[in-house]
Design a protein around this ligand. Sequence first.
Ligand code: NDP
Length: 620
Amino acid sequence: MFGITNGRKESFCKMPSRRFADGEVVMGRWPGSVLYYEVQVTSYDDVSHLYTVKYKDGTELALKESDIRSQSSFKQRKSQSSSSSPSRRSSSRSRSRSPGRPAKGRRRSSSQSREHKDDKKKTIQETNLAKLSENNTRRYNGEPDSTERNDTSCISLEQKLKPDLEIERVLEQYSLRPRKEEKKKEEIYSEKKIIETVKKIEKASSKTKELEFGGRIGAFTLIFLLPAAVFYLLLMVKQDDPSLMNFPPPLPKLESLWEARVFGVFLLWFFLQALFYLLPVGKVVEGLPLSNGRKLQYRINGFYAFILTAAAIGILLYFQFELHYLYDHFMQFAVSAAAFSMVLSIYLYFRSLKVPEEELAPGGNSGYFVYDFFTGHELNPRIGSFDLKYFCELRPGLIGWVVINLAMLLAEMKIHNQNMPSLSMILVNSFQLLYVVDALWNEEAILTTMDITHDGFGFMLAFGDLVWVPFVYSLQAFYLVGHPTAISWPVAAAITILNCIGYYIFRSANSQKNNFRRNPADPKLAYLKFIPTATGKGLLVTGWWGFVRHPNYLGDIIMALAWSLPCGFSHILPYFYVIYFICLLVHREARDEHHCKQKYGLAWERYCQRVPYRIFPYIY
Ligand code: NDP
C-alpha cells in the first residue's frame, strides 16, 4: 500500500500526462468555433502537446487538450441542463459557451479545414451540448487547467454567492463572455436537427465499452461464486469449530435445502414489503436527471415500512410466534432467497430486451449476455410506478437483516436458557440496527449513489440485496448463537466508542456531500471550498471530502470492525464481513474513481492532487 502511495506522489510531481489515449473516441472542438464533433485520437505529440484527431469524414487536425472533451462530460452537461422538453433544450443551447480558447494556427491545413467546416455545416451529425447559463458561468468557471494553480483556484461557497474579483478574473481569463456572440453561428441549425443529433450521440455512446468485474469470464464466475460463498459461510458458522483451516463440512442433502413452506414465508415477506412500499405515505422526490433529461419520481417511505414491520413483528411475538424459526431454517431461507433472486434476474434481463436503448444502464449494456445479465441491463426497471431496483435496495433485504439479527438474539436466549441476551449479541444487534435505521431515515441519499445512477438491475444487485446483505451481514449474530463470547463492560464501551466514531465519520461525510449536491448554494455550507468542474458540479476539497477521497467508506469500515470485535478473537469467520467489506469498498472506490475521471477530467485530477489519499489517511 505504501508503494502505491509513493508511486502516486511521484507522479504528481511530474507534468500532467496526456489525458486521452490513442484510439479513444472523444469530442473535439472545431477550431475557431464552439462546435464539438466526435473524433478519434490518432496520436499525441509530446513536444507540442497537441493531439492529432480524425473526424468521421477523414479530416485530421491537431488539437490542444483544452479543445478536447470526453464524451461522458457532454452527456453529463446535457443532464445538467435538466430540460426534458426539446424546445427548452434548444433555447438553453443558444447560451452555450466553451471554456477552451480558439485553436488558431493549430490546423494542419487551414484551407482544407475551411472546406470541411463548410461541409459540416450542411451535414452536421453532432452538436455542441456544452451550455451553461450566464449565471452558471459565473458560478462555475469551467475546467481550463491553469485555473487550478494553488488554493486560490478553489471557490468557496461564500465566493460563489457574491460574485467577486476572483470569479471576474476567471471570466476574463477564459473569454467566457464573448461566447455569447458565437451563439448566432449555432442558430443556423434547426431545432429539429439538434434534437436528432443529440439522440445520435447518445445512441452511439451508450454501449458499455469498458467491462468491469473481470469482464465476461469474471461475471460468469461470480454468478456461481457468490451463492457458493454464502452457502459455505452458513455451513461453516454452524460448525463447532468454524476454523477456516478445517476441512469444509460435508454437503447437506439436497432435499434438506428446500422447503415449500419456507419459500412461502419468504414470498410473504417480500410482498408484504412491496405492499408497504406502495402505501401513499411519505414524500415523493425526484431522482437525478437521466441521460434523456427525464427525472424519475421516488416515494420516500422506507422508514415507515420499517416502523410497520417492527409493529408486525411485535404482534407476532405477542402471539407467541417462534421467531427463531428463522434460525432453525436459516439455510433454507437463504436458498429460497437465492432462487428468487435468480428468477428475478432472468425476468429483469428478458424485460430489458424490450426497453429503449436510452433506458439501459451505462455500465450494463455491453451486448454480452452474461455480462449484462450479471451487472444489470436495464437501469431503472419499473412496473408502473413500482421501481424494482429502488425497492430491493433498501427494503426486503435490509429490513430483513435486522429481523434475522433479532431472530438470532432470541435463538441465543432460547438455546442457552438465558433471560437476557449476551452483551456481545446486544452490541451486534444495536450497531447494525443503527446502520439500517440510518439508511432508511436517509433513504433519499440512495438516489445519488452509483447503484441507482449507474448500475443496472441484474443478478449482481438482486442477489446482493436479497441474499448477500441479509444472510452474510448477519453472520456475526449467527456466529454468536453457536459460539457464545463473553466480553467485559470496558471492552464493550471501547467497541461502542469505535462504532460511534465510525458512524460519525460515515454520517457527516455522506450528509456533507448529499447536502452539497442537493443545494450547492446552501449558506450552511458556505465554509466549504470546492473545485469547479465543466459539468457545473463542484468537487469539495475541504471538510470531510478534503480529508480523504472517500471519507464515508472510512467510517463504514470502522463500523464494520466494531461489528466483528464483539465476537472475540477465537475465529476469523466473524471478521469475514470487515475483510470482504474492505475489498468491496477498495474495488468500489476504484470504479467510482474511474467514472469521476471520465466525468470531470482534469478537475478530478486536480482534486486527486489536493486530496491524495483515497480511503485511509497516510496509508491508502
Ligand atoms: P459515494 O456516496 O461515495 O459517492 C461517490 C460520488 O460522490 C462520486 O461518484 C461523485 O459523484 C461524488 N463525489 C466524489 N467526490 C466528491 C467530492 N469531493 N465532492 C463532491 N462530490 C463528490 O458512493 P457510494 O454509492 O459508493 O456510497 C454511498 C454510501 O453507501 C457510502 O457511505 C458507502 O460506505 C455505503 N455503501 C455501503 C455498502 C454496504 O454494503 N454496506 C455497499 C456500498 C456502499 P457526483 O459527482 O456525480 O455527485
